[in-house]
Design a protein around this ligand. Structure first.
Ligand code: HEM
Length: 288
């Protein structure tokens, strides 16, 4: 995929308020009109996709989904800022109006069939889109705050330098303590799990090798090694500092992962939705 985690910064964040939220108003008007239409219409049977209003909503929904999916192709054609912001604004707001139109199209009749499958896929695509829009707005600032002026590259360099300092300082201690410090310099908080990627539960390095090394170093003061606080302190400080750098780096990975992950739902499920929708429309006319 051509997109990268840095992209949100280049796509202007103001897509939500583009031209005073023009498409938001269009989407609201469209939804309100659809609700009023549903309210005043009295089809011969229960409200459903087969009444004339149901067909109208189905056609509008189909058109919207086609247009929204086309956005993917369109987006690649325009690399720069140009019309993208307006398109994006329209995509987000009209995508939200779609949930109203499609729900009214169903007449609130859901069963275990391909029609409901198409609806569920649409709902998941929309929900993932809501998260994507949220991430586009919030994440660039959150990433900047987390990085605090550094980049992943400079954080990695800082980590390497702290690790080296820790290993050098550890040489003045006995083998057991030195081994624990070396282990702590290899502590990156374990695997980057789905739980962390999705829920943001970062690792607690103080509960692992880092914590064990710090505890052991503290025990050294006036203990077995009879170390002086001045010997222990720089090492403890360095280990604590490297732990904060690791946590920051992992948070940065999490933001990047989330910026990519929602698309891994949005795009493939769009394809699945288009297929399910094709079957839905075919089934409706074939079995009529
Ligand atoms: C059924 C409805 C929808 C369909 C079929 C759809 C489809 C798509 C497609 C095909 C893309 C291009 C992805 C890519 O190439 O990376 C996209 C991007 C996007 N969609 Fe949707 N979408 C829908 C609804 C929504 C909704 C409701 C929202 C937000 C509330 C939304 C937010 C986004 C965002 C933020 C992007 C990213 C644009 C970018 O990466 O430049 N989408 N959508």
């Amino acid at each position: 995929m051509a997109s990268s985690a840095n992209e949100p910064v280049s796509i202007h964040r103001s897509f939500l308020v583009w031209r005073g939220g023009y498409y938001g108003k269009v989407a609201l008007a469209l939804s309100a009109l659809a609700i009023v239409g549903y309210w005043i219409d009295h089809p011969s049977g229960p409200p459903n996709g087969g009444s004339w209003l149901g067909y109208a909503y189905g056609t509008i929904g189909l058109g919207l989904i086609g247009w929204l999916a086309w956005f993917g192709i369109r987006r690649r054609r325009y690399g720069g800022q140009g019309p993208l912001e307006g398109w994006m604004s329209a995509h987000v707001y009209l995508g939200l109006a779609l949930i109203v139109i499609a729900t009214l199209h169903t007449g609130f009749r859901f069963h275990w069939n391909v029609h409901t499958l198409a609806f569920v896929l649409m709902a998941i695509v929309i929900l993932s889109g809501v998260f994507g829009a949220y991430a586009f707005v919030r994440y660039p600032a959150m990433m900047t705050t987390n990085r605090a002026g550094s980049t992943l590259k400079t954080m990695a360099a800082e980590l390497a330098s702290l690790d080296q300092q820790c290993r050098d300082l550890a040489l003045t201690f006995d083998d057991e303590v030195a081994a624990l410090v070396v282990q702590a310099t290899e502590d990156y908080g374990g695997k980057f799990t789905f739980r962390e990627g999705l829920l943001g539960r970062g690792p607690n390095l103080l509960a692992g090798a880092t914590g064990a090394a710090i505890a052991k170093l503290r025990d050294q003061v006036g203990g077995v090694g009879n170390a002086q606080p001045a010997e222990v302190l720089p090492l403890v400080q360095n280990l604590t500092k490297r732990a904060t750098v690791v946590v920051k780096m992992r948070r940065d990975w999490r933001y990047r992962a989330q910026l990519l992950l929602w698309r891994a739902v949005h795009v493939p499920l769009t394809i699945a939705l288009v297929i399910a929708l094709g079957i839905h429309v075919f089934a409706v006319f074939y079995y009529r």
